[in-house]
Write a protein that binds this ligand. Structure first.
Ligand code: G3P
Ligand code: MG
Length: 245
């Protein structure tokens, strides 16, 4: 699957979280302006059944809304401001529906790691919702779908065996390879702070691309790249990009 596309050394995390409100269209545009090739975004379910682009299952941290995302219909979420909390410059920036985000990212020409936040939802329901959104969007750019909820990934693979799946871990478990094989994953994603060089080598030897979150310091990025890590997710790609130019 990855032979179709090349993973870049730096992937913008939640858009470019350090420079624009996370998971917003303005952030995705800024990522393209910074000449990133890929971004990572998070998606979860809202009350009317659509997927929205938001990291949390609650609204307060990244918008002027309150309560659980699942308690609100898409039409209500559309009224919220997801930019002012970050800075006045982004006032009125909406919480994107996944449809709107996919269309925007496609137009920007970016590759996408879509991370599914299942939260309290049934993995089957979550997978079905994402599957239907992807069917509807007809996204044309490289797409890698990941989740910490491995049941969601398994359900998604059943629905569409052609989707490229990345398996997300915090610390890499001993049985990571068995898990990756059982999910038909094509890439391994894990916490940069919890990874050892030996584990990175095992993953490379097994032939899986390795992606690590969240890396905002050049020294750490250089160390990980020297271990064979393919991509680091960064809130602040400008802090790392100097090395690549
Ligand atoms: O997908 C990598 C990373 O985003 C996972 O953690 O909490 O930032 O979504 P989180
Ligand atoms: Mg994420």
């Amino acid at each position: 699957m990855t032979e179709k596309w090349h993973l870049p050394a730096i992937i913008g995390h939640r858009g470019v979280k350090a420079h624009a409100p996370e998971n917003t269209l303005a952030g995705f545009s800024l990522a393209a302006e910074m000449e990133l090739q890929w971004i990572e975004i998070d998606t979860t379910l809202c009350g009317s059944g659509e997927c929205v682009v938001l990291h949390d299952d609650t609204l307060a941290r990244c918008s002027n809304g309150q309560g659980q995302v699942i308690q609100h219909r898409l039409a209500e979420l559309n009224q919220l401001d997801a930019g002012s909390w970050f800075s006045a410059q982004f006032q009125g920036e909406p919480i994107p529906s996944l449809q709107h985000a996919l269309a925007h990212i496609d137009k920007l020409g970016l590759g996408l790691n879509l991370e599914i936040k299942t939260y309290q939802h049934s993995p089957n329901v979550m997978a079905q919702a994402v599957y239907q959104e992807l069917q509807r969007a007809n996204f044309s750019r490289p797409l890698l779908v990941s989740s910490f909820c491995h049941q969601t990934l398994a359900a998604l693979h059943q629905l569409d065996p052609t989707l490229a799946i990345g398996v997300l871990f915090e610390a890499l478990p001993r049985d990571w390879l068995t898990i990756a094989q059982s999910l038909n994953a094509i890439s391994i994603h894990c916490d940069a702070d919890l990874l050892s060089q030996e584990q990175a080598q095992q993953i490379s030897t097994a032939g899986y691309p390795l992606l690590c979150y969240t890396v905002n310091h050049l020294e750490q990025a250089k160390k990980l790249w020297s271990w064979g890590v393919n991509s680091v997710f960064s809130d602040d790609p400008l802090a790392l990009q100097v090395e690549l130019k």
